[in-house]
Design a protein around this ligand. Structure first.
Ligand SMILES: Nc1ncnc2c1ncn2[C@@H]1O[C@H](COP(=O)(O)OP(=O)(O)OP(=O)(O)O)[C@@H](O)[C@H]1O
Ligand SMILES: [Mg+2]
Length: 425
């Protein structure tokens, strides 16, 4: 049980002490980036300045149009403090109307000036708090704090309404910034999801179109098989075609699943060169058999990058395999070059160039290569493309806040440029 200190024991703060407390508090809050830590810090400091052992912070939940109990300090009985309060509850309404710290001892006349005052006092009593502090910004009550009875301890500063008000205002500014930031982040996520849904719509349409041909061939085979069952050449040739068609459908399904699965990258700090080397290892044998010479130049000062290793491997492999396909007929040179990139503003990026001396991309095709199902590998070459490779590449790079560009010239070759920020934005 806390004993009450005598008046003489309690330190009356000088104005420079008060200024120091507020300045330090503002600096601390400015460094915080999430609402929960911020809320905890605020209610702790307000309790301290209000010389009380317990307090609760309620935050505006705009989505559900209520105030939500966010951070609690000390011996608060959760049963007494409801988890949410309606926006029409007398307590927030009163704070919105007065924009002043209200104490239980506020004069009866003051309370009667506002209809909601009496109900507010009753609510404070039932929640066992003696002070309520509004956090009002631009006419909007974004939060409020409830504080228990003041019990100043010896050596501590005396509860000071002015200090409390200054801290509350500082807290309000910090809360407003972070809530705004979280709103922005939410709408950004929403936009990304909408983008993804839009492209899934395209993909669904494309998929239907893509599997129509193989399905027709499978259907024809099944229809003809009973009457041609003794024609062994027909059965042998057609069943090979049908099997290829089934593989193609399987591959399409797999790629679509890869794409559709929501892939929030799992970022770990990685050595980018290391991933490049492991991808080159995969294609080494195939390159040899195509008569492709691989040249790698890996920068020794490459910054470490936060990335999803699996996803970035998938990006590099897709790009390397495309480069190999372009040189499958005539062989050539595949140059893989990494280097450190310092952007204007000083941000550091890891950059890779994958350059081939293959057949190149026609200018009219260049703007479509990232579109789902755009492929020129329908009939030519040793494998049929799905046209989803670069769509996935683009998606992954976007999710990593990176950049991808391409430069190509028919008959000369193609270079893909990929950059990833060393620390994602
Ligand atoms: N390095 C390259 N050289 C020449 N053309 C390229 C290169 N990279 C991509 N392309 C062109 O872009 C098209 C789309 O590439 P993408 O990787 O999306 O699909 P794909 O390679 O055709 O199919 P899949 O990736 O399923 O094998 C290719 O069909 C090809 O025309
Ligand atoms: Mg490809």
């Amino acid at each position: 049980m806390t004993s009450h200190a005598s008046e003489a024991d309690i330190v009356s703060p000088s104005s420079s002490t008060l200024l120091n407390i507020v300045t330090q508090f503002a600096a601390d809050l400015g460094a915080m980036t999430d609402l929960l830590t911020l809320g905890n810090r605020i209610i702790h400091e307000l309790c301290h300045a209000g010389a009380t052992t317990h307090g609760v912070l309620f935050l505006l939940d705009r989505e559900h149009e209520c105030y939500r109990r966010a951070s609690m300090v000390g011996p608060v009985a959760p049963a007494l403090i409801p988890p949410t309060l309606d926006m029409s509850h007398p307590l927030p309404l009163h704070l919105l109307g007065t924009n002043r710290i209200m104490t239980q001892t506020d004069s009866a006349a003051d309370i009667q000036d506002h209809d909601s005052g009496v109900d507010t006092r009753a609510a404070m009593e039932s929640m066992q708090v003696t002070r309520v502090v509004p956090h009002l910004n631009k006419g909007r009550l974004i939060a409020f704090s409830l504080l228990g009875a003041a019990q100043p301890l010896a050596g501590e500063i005396a509860p000071n309404k002015l200090l409390l008000a200054a801290l509350a205002q500082t807290a309000t500014n910090a809360l407003d910034t972070i809530m705004l930031y979280e709103d922005l982040h939410r709408s950004h996520m929403l936009m990304k999801r909408t983008d993804r849904l839009k492209s899934l719509e395209t993909i669904a349409g494309g998929f239907a179109h893509e599997i129509r041909n193989p399905l027709t061939s499978i259907k024809t085979f099944i229809q003809l098989a009973p009457e041609r069952k003794d024609d062994s050449q027909f059965i042998q040739e057609f069943s090979k075609v049908v099997l290829d068609d089934v593989y193609r459908i399987e591959r399409l399904i797999q790629e679509i699943l890869d794409y559709a699965r929501y892939m929030e990258p799992k970022l770990t700090e990685e050595d980018f060169n290391d991933i490049v080397v492991s991808c080159l290892y995969f294609i080494d044998v195939k390159a040899d058999s195509y008569g492709i010479k691989i040249e790698k130049e890996l920068a020794s000062d490459l910054p470490r990058v936060m990335l999803d290793r699996q996803q970035i491997k998938q990006v590099l492999l897709n790009l390397l395999l495309n480069a190999m396909d372009s040189m499958a007929k005539a062989g050539g040179r595949l140059r893989v070059h990494t280097h450190k990139l310092v952007k204007p503003g000083g941000n550091v990026w890891a950059h890779i160039e994958i350059e081939d001396t293959g057949e190149g991309i026609q200018e009219t095709n260049l703007e479509h290569i990232f579109d789902p199902f755009f492929t020129t590998k329908h009939e030519s070459g040793e494998h049929e493309g799905t046209g989803l490779g670069l769509t996935i590449v683009h998606q992954i790079i976007q999710e990593h806040h990176g950049e991808i560009r391409v430069k190509s010239s028919v008959g000369v070759g193609t270079t893909f440029f990929v950059s990833l920020p060393a620390l994602p934005a």
